[in-house]
Ligand binder design. Structure first.
Ligand SMILES: Cc1ncc(COP(=O)(O)O)c(C=O)c1O
Length: 463
């Protein structure tokens, strides 16, 4: 419980509201409740993915269908979806162009161990948007990060990966670490999995240049794995000059720099990298780029590619001779015809520059109006924004790092915020309070969110 985030609220009201909302959720969602009871019989964590049990009502909604920025649950309610599959559906649910392209490719063959002609367009577009010339497919962003780490180790001959405290880069062993009292520790709930984190990982606070410099100066770090704006612990923007210094320090110490733009793609058609000309050595992305299909991508600079080809040549070894080449990354279904068709549809017709401009304008509007609600109610909360992504943080000003943000997190208020929304037809991601736009989000959806948010803030503060 954090007193600061509760300024001007009434503690008794918070727990009463939470009880009321939990009861309302249980009473109005009997079919979801029954499906959850059944799910627990055969799924380890009740649902096909353990993340799905984390919804604020105590059990997940079971979805009947979803389209654009709308979702319908099996109990018959309609929702404005601002969770969008925790970014996986930033292209909108069942986007028509993706559905058509994927259905057509499915009918022509989904996975062939052969490229299709869509690949040339996709490769050129990835290079144009994000600035890195060479690309490879995986089946998830986690896997793209693992591929990038392997490449970095291979070409630098170093083992260590540096991440920022509070990061999340998927199920990537090296990144499951955090800081506690200035020391590196495992993130809560994560088993070390026989990985020697003290040897292969290093972690510093975001925006802490002296710590970063000290961590890199021994020249034993292969790679800095970072988001250009941290998104998973709550949105934390880089302070002015931090990313420039990160680039300069990594170059000076022979360390490679990887930007993971799986979430920060919301900043615009080329993510932060394209928008701000960030020039990383490696780049990864996943989730929304597949339009709903499991896709991850890693991109590398010309220099990284040249160094990689010294170890693992690009051309076939000798025609006519049976070859075996386990590079240790990729996968049988990675780069499938289906994935490539989906990415082409997303990039050419759905997450286009025009649609990003519209999505960002809606996020600007949502952010502006949420700030005026918060200020009218005297709540010490900060509304963060990164392009098409807005977030309610229970802290009075923009956070500098995850430790600072951790001091103001308030699980009870966060749960109440999520559940209050859920009970009034608005979905937000269970793990953080991110509100994401897709090309189908409308001004009326923003209106709906704001009126529910204002209702909660008024109930909390009596203003
Ligand atoms: C920044 C970032 N990178 C990578 C991932 C991993 O994505 P996936 O679970 O699809 O592999 C996530 C997931 O939330 C993420 O937020």
């Amino acid at each position: 419980m954090t007193a600061a985030s509760r300024q001007n609220t009434h503690p008794a009201t918070i727990s009463d509201l939470l009880d009321r909302e939990q009861q309302r959720f249980r009473l109005t969602h009997p079919r979801s409740a029954a499906a959850w009871e059944q799910g627990k019989q055969h799924f380890l964590y009740g649902a096909p993915s353990h993340w799905m049990r984390r919804w604020a009502g105590g059990f997940p909604l079971y979805a009947a269908r979803a389209s654009g920025a709308r979702l319908w649950c099996v109990d018959g309610f309609e929702y404005v979806d601002l969770c969008l599959g925790d970014t996986g559906a930033m292209a909108g649910h069942a986007a028509a162009a993706v559905t058509a392209a994927v259905s057509a490719q499915m009918a022509r063959g989904a996975t062939l161990m052969l490229p299709t002609e869509d690949a040339a367009w996709v490769g050129a577009e990835l290079a144009r948007r994000f600035g890195l010339p060479y690309w490879g497919f995986t089946t998830s962003a986690s896997d793209a990060n693992r591929a990038a780490i392997r490449i970095a180790r291979l070409i630098t001959g170093r083992d260590r990966v540096l991440v920022f405290n509070g990061c999340y880069h998927g199920s990537v062993e090296e990144a499951h670490v955090g800081l506690a009292g200035g020391r590196m520790v495992m993130r809560s709930g994560v088993h070390p999995n026989a990985v020697e984190h003290q040897r292969v990982s290093r972690v510093v606070e975001f925006n802490d240049l002296p710590a970063l410099e000290a961590a890199l100066q021994g020249r034993d770090v292969a790679l800095v794995l970072a988001e250009p704006c941290m998104t998973n612990y709550g949105m934390i923007e880089a302070q002015p000059g931090f990313l420039e210094a990160l680039r300069e320090l990594t170059r000076r110490t022979g360390t490679l720099l990887l930007y993971d733009e799986t979430h920060t793609w919301s900043a615009g058609p080329g993510g932060y990298t394209g928008r701000d000309h960030l020039d990383p050595d490696l780049f990864t992305i996943g989730k929304a780029i597949g339009g709903g299909l499991p896709v991850g991508l890693y991109g590398v600079s010309a220099e990284v590619a040249a160094r990689l080809w010294e170890h693992a040549p690009r051309e076939s070894l000798r025609p006519g001779v049976r070859q075996s080449s386990h590079l240790g990354f990729g996968g049988t279904l990675a780069g499938s015809a289906l994935q490539v068709a989906a990415v082409r549809a997303v990039l050419s017709q759905v997450l286009t520059a025009d649609n990003f401009a519209r999505m960002i304008a809606l996020a600007d509007e949502l952010g502006r109006r949420a700030r005026s609600v918060v200020s009218a109610c005297g709540l010490p909360w900060f509304i963060a924004q990164s392009g098409a992504r807005v977030e309610t943080l229970l802290t009075p000003q923009a956070p500098r790092d995850a430790s600072q943000l951790a001091r103001t997190r308030d699980g009870t208020i966060e749960t109440l915020l999520h559940l209050y929304m859920l009970n009034r037809g608005v979905l937000i991601t269970p793990f953080h309070s991110m509100l994401l736009m897709c090309p189908d989000t409308t001004a009326a959806d923003i209106e709906r969110y704001i009126s529910v948010f204002a209702g909660l803030c008024r109930e909390l503060t009596g203003r």
